[in-house]
Design a protein around this ligand. Structure first.
Ligand SMILES: Nc1ncnc2c1ncn2[C@@H]1O[C@H](COP(=O)(O)OP(=O)(O)O)[C@@H](O)[C@H]1O
Ligand SMILES: Cc1cn([C@H]2C[C@H](O)[C@@H](COP(=O)(O)OP(=O)(O)O)O2)c(=O)[nH]c1=O
Length: 212
């Protein structure tokens, strides 16, 4: 008898601006997928491995001018390279589904689109960092006025990037929509209004073609 190879898991990233409900929905979607019998690993960026969590502190704490735009983009990519090798790839190879709270599209939208480096340039450094490790599906949560939930949650202590001005966050939002338009096979825009349960149901529906 020959051993059956374990089928590879699927890699799903959740994206969107500040406070649209990504962390809430990673937990809820993981639960919904587990109820369907899937093994699920939840992770986040920046972070998700020991070294990447250290880089997270460097990126999110301290003064706004702690890093220039290129250094910031490279630090996100370095954290991602470690996260892929240490956490994401082993889980997928073992057959688990990986749900990631932010991934490469956050770099494309924040550093590339809003930060002025250019989406193509930031894509290139990330291609070097992660090779073929793009998600199987990316779900971008959209709120019409995204910031109310984040503002209520963070009060007056946003992090180094969350605290940037409104026009930066509007540019992030535009960049996410452009990425979705450019890569419709991988990237789906999902309405994040309504109850937690309603949003989770939309996310599950957006994965229908990948589910076993
Ligand atoms: N569907 C929802 N309706 C109302 N509030 C929500 C909903 N989903 C999340 N929240 C709340 O909005 C805030 C931001 O959600 P969170 O999941 O932390 O967002 P993100 O990870 O995108 O920053 C939290 O206080 C959370 O409890
Ligand atoms: C992964 C990633 C995050 N970020 C930013 C987005 C957030 O402001 C911050 C991550 O903080 P996080 O706590 O995940 O944000 P939130 O819960 O508000 O969504 O880092 C980038 O600018 N580029 C990236 O590649």
């Amino acid at each position: 008898m020959t051993a059956q190879a374990t089928p590879r898991g699927k890699f799903i990233s959740l994206e969107g601006g500040e406070g649209v409900g990504k962390s809430t929905q990673v937990r809820a979607l993981a639960q919904a997928l587990r109820e369907r019998g899937l093994e699920v690993v939840e992770t986040r960026e920046p972070g998700g491995s020991e070294g990447a969590e250290r880089i997270r502190d460097l990126l999110l704490q301290g003064a706004e001018d702690r890093w220039n735009a290129r250094a910031e983009a490279l630090l996100f990519a370095a954290a991602r390279a470690d996260h892929v090798v240490k956490t994401i790839e082993p889980a997928l190879a073992a057959g688990a589904w990986v749900l990631c709270d932010r991934f490469v599209d956050s770099s494309l939208a924040y550093q590339g689109g809003a930060g002025g480096l250019g989406v193509a340039e930031v894509r290139a450094i990330n291609a070097f960092a992660i090779g073929n490790g793009f998600p199987d599906r990316t779900l971008i949560l959209l709120l019409p006025d995204g910031n109310e939930r984040a503002a209520a949650r963070d009060r007056d202590r946003p992090d180094r990037i969350g605290g940037r001005p409104a026009d930066y966050h509007q540019a992030v939002d535009r960049a996410f929509r452009e990425i979705a338009a450019a890569e419709p096979e991988r990237v789906t825009l999902v309405d994040a209004t309504g109850t937690l349960e309603a949003v989770t149901a939309r996310l599950v529906a957006a994965l229908a073609d990948l589910l076993p």
